[in-house]
Design a protein around this ligand. Structure first.
Ligand code: ARG
Length: 575
């Protein structure tokens, strides 16, 4: 159950009764210190202020009628008017036993929704690099999480496959073909291919002109250009797909709704905006001017929809995508996991879409922006020579470094085993490090921290999981299920409460779309387990207590495994 919401509902109702204000909020939060209990209701002060009453007096009144029988064994009024709530050990045991019996960890009460997640979405005219890492990893974790909570998830990989660079690439392909150079060979290393095409484009005005003509031809449906474009896209998509697989990202070719997908809708978008009288001509381009967007000196800033040469823009495609996601996919939430630098773009697109009536009333569009990945020097992450870091190289380095760490920590393992552990730990370390940071801030990409066995890292959690699993290798089959949890020690209670809080953590993450909250939860859970394990012998305890402690261990391992899986991280039975 979502205990936090449950307490919130009950206590909010009591505050409303006591205050006569029907929209009172209990504002339940976690107690900051053990002596203040487990949860704290902070909403009384606000209600008292509205009524100009003494908050403690209102608090007394709330407490008088507050019945948490069976859930809490103590409630007290504290400070200027908080209510401290001490959850009962028996209640926790009962709830956990239900989870064990039903073999599930989360009992979600939220209404299922259709959630569209737009993520990864690299531009295909370039090789995927570290700039796409954050969005890809965060988006995938969110997609997994919403699915786990029972929502219908529709992933959308909005590949950039239709911009002006494709004219240049097509021209280069034409040139190679006429020189009878094997295209396949040239496309084997995309990075080199782009570089060569770009060099030509910059050096040769004739080439540049043909390139520009080719964009127009492509967008008008010219067969030769389309064929070359398709051949290129195929290679590029296959390249991304293999990266996704190496990185454990669930995106598949079915999730592709690239920019080109919306090409035929674009004239219609312009027509609809025109019908709504939203379009203004400015220097030959068709634009939308909204009062919300002005520059510092107050001059209105346009959202450009169509250029004077008839070409469409990034925003036009995104308007078509909004319409598709609302009307065809029937989304309740559309989540755009995209770099913070595009925040103005999305504000504009969302506003224009709203004015144009593209958004259903029960649909929210949310830009989940994220900051930049920095190097240890505090500057955007680059190779030593200052180039962009390829994702493939980064993953390889992660695995190599993990191998050194694993070999040092466990030198008795065989070479092949060390390698297969390193394969998992290397990727896990990169992904977890990313996910454990609040996506809104920039973060420093630091190998040593992410591969450390101490702190909120993947190696720490993987190790904690493997350690619990090792207990289960020491017991008989008939002891490994049917646990009944009974709580007596404070360390057992703290662990049990944390286990029960998996549901509310997950629902919070789904609301805020901040996977770092789940990371922190798992880290704290592992820490509480360690404390429990030190204070409460498991295998040396008498039969009943041993069964209960095995049950707590089982639930902890299961929660860690499930939680990591939702973050896209594989666990290891042994490390
Ligand atoms: N292709 C874009 C880029 O790499 C990101 C696309 C994000 N999604 C969207 N619907 N605009 O910058």
């Amino acid at each position: 159950m979502n205990l936090k919401h449950h307490l919130d509902a009950i206590i909010s109702a009591r505050i409303s009764e006591a205050s006569g204000l029907d929209d009172s909020q209990a504002l339940i939060n976690y107690a900051r210190e053990e002596k203040f209990g487990d949860y704290q209701a902070n909403g009384i002060m606000g209600a008292a202020k509205k009524l100009q009453q003494n908050p403690r007096q209102l608090g007394e009144k709330v407490l008088e009628n507050l019945d948490l029988e069976g859930i809490a064994d103590k409630m007290e009024l504290a400070g200027p008017g908080f209510i401290n709530i001490f959850i009962s050990a028996d209640f926790l045991a009962k709830e956990l036993n239900t989870l064990i019996q039903n073999d599930c960890l989360v009992v979600s009460s939220t209404q299922p929704q259709t959630v569209v997640v737009d993520y990864s979405s690299p531009n295909l005219a370039k090789e995927m690099h570290v700039g796409h890492l954050r969005g890809t990893i965060i988006g995938d974790a969110l997609a997994r999480l919403f699915d786990y909570l029972g929502h219908t998830v529709i992933k959308q990989n909005h590949f950039g496959d239709w911009g002006t660079q494709f004219g240049m690439l097509i021209t280069y392909m034409q040139e190679l073909q006429s020189n009878e150079t094997s295209l396949e060979n040239e496309l084997a290393d995309l990075e080199i291919f782009y570089r060569h095409a770009k060099e030509k484009f910059d050096a040769d005005p004739e080439f540049a002109k043909t390139s520009r003509d080719n964009v127009v031809k492509l967008q008008a449906g010219d067969t030769e250009c389309l064929t070359l474009w398709k051949a290129f896209i195929e290679v590029s998509v296959a390249h991304c797909q293999s990266l996704y697989e190496k990185l454990g990202i669930t995106l598949t070719p079915e999730d592709i709704r690239a920019e080109s997908f919306y090409n035929n809708d674009l004239p219609e978008i312009v027509r609809e905006l025109d019908d709504k009288k939203l379009l203004t001509e400015s220097d030959g381009a068709r634009c939308v001017f909204l009062d919300e967007f002005t520059s510092k000196d107050g001059t209105p800033q346009p959202t450009i929809i169509q250029k004077s040469d008839g070409g469409y823009l990034y925003a036009t495609t995104d308007l078509a995508a909004v319409r598709y996601r609302c009307n065809e996919l029937n989304a309740n939430r559309v989540l755009y996991v995209v770099d913070a630098r595009q925040s103005l773009h999305f504000q504009q697109v969302f506003q224009v879409a709203d004015k144009a009536g593209f958004i259903n009333s029960d649909c929210s569009l949310e830009h989940l922006s994220y900051g930049t990945m920095m190097g240890v020097d505090g500057k955007p992450f680059k190779t030593r020579s200052g180039g962009t870091v390829k994702l493939l190289d980064l993953m390889e380095e992660g695995v190599n470094r993990a191998h050194d760490v694993v070999a040092e920590k466990n030198s008795s393992l065989e070479g092949a085993e060390q390698q297969s552990i390193a394969d998992i730990v290397g990727i896990a370390a990169i992904k977890y490090f990313e996910l454990s940071k609040n996506r809104n801030s920039d973060y420093i990409f630091d190998w040593d921290t992410m591969l450390s066995f101490e702190g909120n890292t993947a190696p720490y959690l993987l190790y904690a999981y493997a350690r619990i699993r090792s207990i289960f290798r020491k017991i008989d089959q008939d002891e490994s299920s049917g646990f009944i949890i009974v709580i007596s020690e404070p360390e057992e209670k703290a662990l049990a409460l944390k286990l029960l809080q998996f549901t509310e953590t997950m629902e919070q993450v789904a609301q805020d779309c901040l996977p770092n909250q789940l990371c922190l939860y798992l880290y704290e859970l592992a820490g509480l387990y360690m404390r429990f394990y030190e204070a409460c012998p498991v295998l040396k305890a008498g039969p009943a207590v041993r069964g209960s402690r095995l049950g707590l261990s089982h639930l902890t391992a299961k929660t860690l495994k499930e939680g990591l899986k939702l973050l896209g991280i594989e666990t290891l039975e042994q490390m």
